[in-house]
Design a protein around this ligand. Structure first.
Ligand SMILES: *Cc1c(COP(=O)(O)O)cnc(C)c1O
Length: 389
């Protein structure tokens, strides 16, 4: 099939929920990929923060293929080794206690909210079911996670929405306290990804943690985009000096295969019991084998290089008059523009052979954590050139 046939079939047979870039991608290696016509692109999207190790990393592909060739799925009615090994790593590397596996970020957040509510009902009875999230947050597309998402644009068409959600202003502790009346949990991203790559103020985060601890309100940190090395540590919360009660993770964990999880601490480790929650594909051995390989690559050396590469990109961008500011942490970067439109920058970069993302009005970069110095220089040169012209 050629590229035009593929686009025509997509238009005919797939729901039009995505504004796709007009290219068909065919193959890739680390942060470089090629379209169906053989045109080369440097990739600074990592499939929206998913391909932590870039395209088709050999060790990752080998781990996945070996598992697929021995046992690809058996359901949660049986034990498998890749799943327990992954859970052990996630627990040991977060200081939390137990894991539930699903398939996506939304499913991870949905499970975390269910778990928080059950914890609260067991301890305090009914009437404490509210989940507080932040204005400008993004937590997913299912009915409950889209309700938890603090952006009105996502709240059209699909009502009625589940009850028990409230939104507090980021950075405003008094607002969090006011909205937390009758709450079992506060859930937040430490760097709001879809909201424009906006990092929260560290003091605000510490204050929310203290307030939550004092009132036995669970602190859920949504690390779906910030987790797995993206910000220069395995999880972003580790740089904020806090210990959440529940952490959710997805995107970068599987290295390109669908997997999500919520990881709970001491308070919630016995809250969920047999029959309370489930997911047919959750803990799938192939996805877990890929994730185990990804975690084995998450070393201090990699985190240092994520921080260094992030700093290099930031510094270069700040030299450009069109750039009003650079936000984010590590290799999660938002570029605020003075006069240009983010979508036009994306299109111009694509023409020149560079893939980048938007987040609200900003250009967003989420390159693979393993992007090579050469790929980085090549991609950055295109980006700087586009921003200058
Ligand atoms: C992408 C994202 C989600 C949703 O993840 P899906 O896998 O698309 O369901 C949730 N929270 C955050 C912070 C995200 O970036």
């Amino acid at each position: 099939m050629d590229a035009n046939e593929i686009k025509a079939l997509d238009q005919e047979y797939i729901l039009g929920t995505y504004g796709r870039n007009p290219i068909v991608l065919e193959k890739g290696s680390n942060a470089t990929c090629w379209d169906a016509e053989g045109k080369k692109y440097i990739d600074m999207t990592a499939g929206i923060g998913v391909n932590s190790l870039g395209f088709s990393d050999y060790g990752w592909a080998e781990a996945v293929a070996a598992q697929a060739l021995s046992l690809q799925h058996i359901s949660n009615l049986y034990y498998t080794e890749p799943c327990v090994r992954l859970a052990e790593q996630l627990v040991k590397r977060t200081g939390l206690s137990r894991v539930f596996f699903g398939n996506s970020g939304a499913e991870a957040n949905e499970g975390a909210m269910k778990c928080a509510r059950k914890y609260s009902v067991l301890k305090y009875g009914e009437g404490r079911s509210k989940i507080v999230t932040l204005v400008n947050s993004f937590h997913g597309r299912t009915l409950s996670t889209v309700t938890a998402t603090g952006q009105d644009v996502f709240h059209k068409w699909f009502g009625p929405f589940p009850e028990g959600h409230a939104y507090a202003e980021a950075g405003n502790l008094d607002d969090v306290k006011a909205k937390a009346e009758g709450a079992c949990a506060v859930m937040m991203e430490l760097v709001q990804g879809e909201g424009g790559v906006m990092a929260l103020d560290p003091q605000f985060v510490k204050d929310v943690e203290t307030f939550c601890k004092e009132n036995d309100i669970l602190l859920i940190i949504d690390e779906v985009q910030t987790g797995i090395g993206r910000t220069g540590s395995l999880f972003c919360f580790q740089q904020f000096g806090i210990q959440p009660d529940i952490v959710t993770v997805a995107k970068g964990l599987g290295g390109g295969l669908p997997i999500g999880a919520f990881i709970v601490g001491e308070k919630c480790k016995d809250a969920m019991t047999a029959g309370d929650h489930g997911s047919t594909f959750g803990g799938n051995p192939v996805a877990c084998a890929g994730a185990n390989y990804v975690l084995s690559c998450m070393t201090d050396k990699l985190f240092d290089s994520v921080k260094k590469k992030g700093a290099l990109i930031r510094e270069a961008l700040l030299q450009i008059p069109e750039v009003a500011g650079v936000s984010g942490m590590g290799l999660m970067i938002g570029i605020e523009l003075k006069t240009k439109k983010a979508a036009d920058i994306v299109a111009a970069c694509r023409e020149q052979g560079l893939l980048v993302l938007t987040a609200k009005t900003r250009v967003r970069l989420l390159p693979p954590l393993t992007i090579s110095d050469e790929e980085l220089q090549e991609g950055l040169a295109i980006l700087l050139d586009v921003l200058k012209n």
